[in-house]
Design a protein around this ligand. Structure first.
Ligand code: B12
Length: 215
């Protein structure tokens, strides 16, 4: 039953059908499907297909945009339910989050922010295309425990390293931990640039952030 629904969700993203994506999300909630399962097994699976079709030249930029819009329509329905499921009320730590300079991919980053705040973190989401020094300024301003950096492009990943270097220059490196993610990011890259945390998806990011806070 759910399998069928997940397939339709993926298809709605592949076709860039915003209305259908939103309607299916509503249907899933009514049927008692876990919102995170809908996101991971349905919509994100569809996004992966869109990415593959783009990489092989069958899809073009407008298709990426439509896929993104469809996924956002679904998330608008699912995110409130996701937040409700977070039971943690005590603040575990403060996180400054954003997509690095030159990177305008926002969906995965926003999902990471939602999951972290639903699970007890205070999250300052700076947005997309954030200059490296802005992460440092905001980490200082909010007295952040963790800076979380999203990069979806192999070219923008380099800014994750730059932020770490700037944090060190500002003398914050022993106090502020860094967590990195995004589809091209690997544990090896995280280690190479000296990031303390890496997670491949939003649910795992919660566990990693807790580990960094020692809880
Ligand atoms: C939708 C999309 C777009 C949309 C984004 C819309 C939006 N509002 O966000 C638009 C159209 C803007 C776009 C533009 C481009 N895109 Co694009 N895009 C995608 C696509 C299809 C899906 C991304 C997505 O939203 N996935 C769904 C979310 C839920 O998953 P996610 O982002 O991976 O996030 C999860 C994890 O990575 C992780 N995570 C993410 N961030 C973080 C941060 C932390 C701290 C942690 C711990 C975890 C974490 O958790 C998230 C949730 O589970 C991907 C393909 C893909 N499968 O990734 C290509 C893709 C990323 N894009 C690509 C390209 C090439 C581009 C463009 C250069 C195209 C062009 N010629 O202009 C531009 C670049 C724009 C820019 N400067 O940033 C390539 C990147 C290739 C590369 N490795 O460098 C990809 C891989 C497509 C491909 N196969 O070629 N894109």
């Amino acid at each position: 039953m759910s399998e069928e629904l997940y397939k339709k969700m993926a298809q709605s993203v592949i076709e860039g059908d915003e209305d259908e994506a939103g309607a299916l999300a509503q249907q899933a909630l009514e049927a008692g499907v876990e919102p995170l399962d809908a996101i991971n097994k349905g919509y994100t699976a569809g996004m992966d297909v869109v990415g593959e079709l783009f990489a092989t030249g069958e899809y073009f930029l407008p298709d990426l945009i439509l896929g993104g819009e469809a996924m956002k329509a679904a998330l608008a329905v699912l995110e409130p339910a996701l937040k409700e499921r977070g039971e943690q009320r005590e603040v575990l730590g403060t996180i400054v989050l954003g997509s690095v300079k030159g990177d305008i991919h926002e969906i995965g980053k926003a999902l990471v922010g939602t999951m972290l705040s639903a699970n007890g973190f205070e999250v300052y989401d700076l947005g997309i295309d954030i200059a490296s020094n802005e992460f440092v300024t905001k980490a200082q301003e909010h007295n952040a425990d963790i800076v979380a950096l999203s990069a979806l492009l192999t070219t923008t990943m380099l800014h994750q390293r730059e932020v770490i270097e700037l944090l060190a220059e500002a003398g914050l490196r022993d106090r502020v931990k860094v967590m990195v993610g995004g589809s091209p990011v690997t544990p090896e890259w995280a280690e190479q640039i000296g990031a303390e945390g890496f997670a491949e998806d939003a649910a795992t990011a919660v566990g990693v952030a807790k580990r960094l806070m020692g809880v």
